[in-house]
Design a protein around this ligand. Structure first.
Ligand SMILES: O=c1[nH]c(=O)c2ncn([C@@H]3O[C@H](COP(=O)(O)OP(=O)(O)OP(=O)(O)O)[C@@H](O)[C@H]3O)c2[nH]1
Ligand SMILES: [Mg+2]
Length: 183
């Protein structure tokens, strides 16, 4: 069964497709579900997946993913508001803000929520790294300013990023669970 990933973000679809290759095909569904205002990525993803399932699921399961970048020195900002901050402040200016800090540690976190008629399952993954001046042409979002092990995520190809990333880790637990689910 194809995994129906509800998102407007092509980068997320590309990574899910690369990760799940051989296990399941990934179909992108575009539906602008409500992102509730919450500190919890689980709550945002679960609510979004339920809403998307009811609205465009047609009785078939859907997958939703919510991601946040949490900067330690900024008290976890932008966290659940990462998409809004990318659109308003922008990636370059977030770097400028973190540049003022001695502690430049940050963490990405992704929660995937899979909804069907029985309920919702969530899977999460995180990646700790450092905020640096923008480097690299790949990836999307904050990838150019997030460094892990000497490379920014934007300097990695999809497979390299998936092997270590927050989304890759969430996809790994999802894939294990989905293999049983889809039997
Ligand atoms: O450097 C990054 N590496 C990543 O791997 C990554 N994944 C998401 N993001 C960014 O974090 C925000 C989350 O927003 P988000 O999870 O709501 O996604 P989105 O709004 O882009 O798409 P949708 O799925 O909601 O339609 C958005 O600004 C995304 O660009 C990333 N940035
Ligand atoms: Mg979003």
């Amino acid at each position: 069964m194809a995994v129906r990933f509800v998102t407007g973000n092509e980068g997320k679809v590309r990574e899910a497709r690369a990760y799940l290759e051989g296990l399941a095909s990934v179909e992108q569904l575009e539906y602008d579900y409500t992102e509730v205002q919450s500190d919890s990525l689980e709550a945002i993803a679960t609510h979004g997946a339920r809403e998307a399932y009811e609205a465009v699921g047609n009785d078939e399961p859907v997958l939703v993913g919510d991601t946040g970048l949490f900067v330690d020195a900024l008290g976890g900002f932008p966290g659940p508001y990462s998409a809004y901050v990318e659109d308003t402040v922008g990636v370059e200016r977030l770097w400028r803000l973190v540049e003022l800090e001695d502690d430049r540690r940050a963490r990405f976190r992704t929660v995937l929520a899979f909804a069907d008629e029985n309920g919702t399952e969530t899977f999460d993954g995180s990646l700790a790294g450092t905020i640096v001046p923008p480097r690299g042409e790949g990836g999307f979002g904050y990838d150019p300013i997030f460094e892990y092990n000497g490379q920014t995520l934007a300097e990695m190809d999809v497979e390299e990023k998936n092997a270590i990333s927050h989304r890759g880790r969430a996809l790994s637990t999802f894939a294990e669970w989905y293999a049983e689910y889809d039997e």
